[in-house]
Design a protein around this ligand. Sequence first.
Ligand SMILES: NC(=O)c1ccc[n+]([C@@H]2O[C@H](COP(=O)([O-])OP(=O)(O)OC[C@H]3O[C@@H](n4cnc5c(N)ncnc54)[C@H](OP(=O)(O)O)[C@@H]3O)[C@@H](O)[C@H]2O)c1
Length: 262
Amino acid sequence: MRQIYPAAGPDLELVTAVLGGPQPAAVTELARLYRQDAVSQDRPWLRANMVGSVDGASALSGRSGGLSGPADRMVFAVLRSITDVILVGSATAQVERYKPVLPAEVWPDLRAGRPATPAIAVVSGRLDLDPNAPLLASAPPDARTIVLTTSSAPAASRAALATAAEVVEAGQDHVDPAAAVAALAERGYRQILTEGGPTLLGQLAAAGLVDELCLTVSPVLAGGTAGRIVGHAGEVAGPAALRLAHVLADESYLLCRYLRGD
Ligand SMILES: NC(=O)c1ccc[n+]([C@@H]2O[C@H](COP(=O)([O-])OP(=O)(O)OC[C@H]3O[C@@H](n4cnc5c(N)ncnc54)[C@H](OP(=O)(O)O)[C@@H]3O)[C@@H](O)[C@H]2O)c1
């Protein structure tokens, strides 16, 4: 993998197994690249990490894994390593079988001063989540899973989930994206990584909350009916301008980092 924009960079050796231990130079360099300008004064920094096919599909056969590759997986791990909390919609958590992040899946040196792993925050209105599932039941005490929901969510489900996770109200009939981000900020989370899905990302984007988009362009023409990485989410705020911060290339994959354009 090497940087091709804004300037040609040295080869960054791919590290496919993320097993902790001494941090390879490529990981240090990737963390430096992705941390550049990733601060905001009055609210947390919200970064989205997504993968899409060349023709814009966000999934193959209903999951994103088929679009990924070694370089994408490495950036995925680095972005998780530099984040405080991972924000996902409940469909992604279920389809992609989310579990608490393990210490061996992130780089310990990048987590200095923070819990060993980032917490996961799941957005759900229906609360059709299993409190005994590993995502909720196996999270460590310093990175408990958070369920962001509404005041109108089913009371019995809320009570059941509250035995395993922190259940937080962030809206009345639907989770308000700004209230969800504010609730995470109140808990001290300054670096938020959303891993989608498109429904959630569409709402975050429409609310003007996305500071950074990390997009892997997978060398595939997917065709079919898969949706885009940003789903239609009710109110459309209009196109949001982005500024290209860098492009890395690995074989035929492109790893693009965009920052808010204004
Ligand atoms: N290409 C990529 O990088 C990428 C990344 C992630 C996912 N994906 C793919 O995207 C698909 C899943 O994404 P998706 O767009 O269908 O769903 P999603 O955004 O992951 O989750 C949608 C669900 O989240 C909850 N939710 C979202 N916004 C809410 C709000 N404002 N208030 C209350 N609840 C809210 C609802 O759950 P409840 O029904 O529980 O209320 C809703 O059904 C999968 O195919 C996955 O593989 C691709």
